[in-house]
Design a protein around this ligand. Structure first.
Ligand code: NAP
Length: 321
């Protein structure tokens, strides 16, 4: 079986940047992605805080260029879901549903997955009124009413995007103050199609085939009430943006973590030699595309140096450009 120099687990911004740097350093590199290359950011409609992004930049447009750039430098890419890893030793073994992969160094960039509300009906009505992706599903709610759950940057930005389609967008937040950045909040408060339902949580989602009503609870009084779809519409949308959890279960007990986030040093090294982590899966404060790609670049350079050290050809001149 072929042993790659570097296998990157995860094809979001961190993984693609690591692939670009590793490929450009002439490392034999494979990127494994479970769903869709591009990661979480492909469900974002507007990217205005990635340096150099062009006017009208979207998640898909930025990520398509990142994929093309990794390809240009010779990275192999495969879609597979990794289910187990053996990371001790000089050859790392990565087991997926489709096959097994061997590597001298591994960069873990699995990112995070969206959180669910966890209420009855949520699962049943996913794709039938409940969504976790405004870019994917907004068009289904042209001229309908839409509710967005959450109070962070994602909820508020996606709610504003949804106002381009929906008749009215109501943001449901469990507190009476948003977590989102002030600049984002200001735009939302100024948007005439946005309404806010404070101190509220969704307790149950009901319907017959599609979402028809939901039971909400006042977090201050504990009172519940049912909100029904407008009679003519018959349904409404519920978009959930309440944060993310790291995709790190398979590394539990293997790599040092804190609350599921992989611990690294500044050079993206984990506690296991030859194993690096980059992007949102590692413990860090600022989770942005710009920090993910920076992590990826650092991890790839460090992985290359680790390989050179393994081969006894360490380059001592510092990081390459
Ligand atoms: P987040 O910042 O963690 O916010 C999650 C929101 O959901 C919070 O308002 C939280 O309420 C609420 N929430 C959490 N669990 C809940 C539950 N079980 N039921 C109801 N509400 C719940 O997550 P995010 O908005 O997805 O953002 C994640 C990261 O990406 C952040 O670092 C953010 O800055 C970044 N991001 C940046 C941009 C941008 O720069 N343009 C855009 C999107 C995301 P509480 O406030 O009460 O905790």
């Amino acid at each position: 079986m072929k042993t790659y120099d570097i296998v990157i687990i995860g094809g979001g911004p961190a993984g693609l940047a690591a692939g670009l740097y590793a490929g450009r350093a002439k490392m034999d590199t494979l990127i494994i992605e479970k769903q869709k290359f591009g990661g979480q950011i492909v469900i974002t409609d507007e990217i205005e805080n990635y340096p150099g992004s062009v006017e009208g930049e979207t998640g898909p447009s930025l990520m398509a260029r990142m994929v093309a750039q990794a390809d240009k430098f010779g990275c192999e890419r495969v879609e597979d879901t990794i289910t187990a890893v053996e990371l001790e030793g000089d050859v790392k073994i990565i087991k997926g549903n489709k096959g097994e992969y061997h590597a001298k160094a591994v960069i873990i960039t699995g990112g995070e997955v969206h959180k669910n509300i966890g209420c009855p009906g949520e699962k049943e009505f996913t794709g039938k009124g409940v969504s976790y992706c405004a870019t994917c599903d907004a068009a289904f709610f042209e001229d309908f009413e839409v509710y967005v759950v959450g109070g962070g940057d994602a909820a508020v930005e996606e709610a504003m995007y949804l106002t381009r389609f929906a008749r009215k967008v109501t943001l449901i937040h469990r507190r009476d103050e948003l977590r989102a950045a002030r600049s984002i909040q200001e735009k939302a408060f100024a948007n005439p199609k946005m309404e806010f339902m404070w101190n509220t949580t969704i307790e149950e989602i009901r319907g017959d085939g599609v979402v028809e009503s939901m039971v909400v609870k006042d977090t201050q009084t504990g009172e519940t009430r049912e909100i029904f779809a407008d009679e003519e519409d018959g349904t409404f949308g519920i978009f959930v943006f309440i944060g993310y959890t790291p995709s790190s279960e398979i590394y539990e007990g293997i790599i040092d973590m804190e609350r599921g986030y992989i611990l690294t040093d500044e050079e993206m090294r984990t506690n296991i030699p030859g194993v690096f982590a980059a992007g949102d899966i590692r413990k860090k404060t600022l989770k942005q595309v710009v920090t993910a790609v920076a992590d990826g670049a650092i991890a790839a350079v460090q992985a290359s140096e680790y390989l050179e050290e393994l081969a006894g050809t360490a380059y001592k001149g510092g990081a390459r450009t």
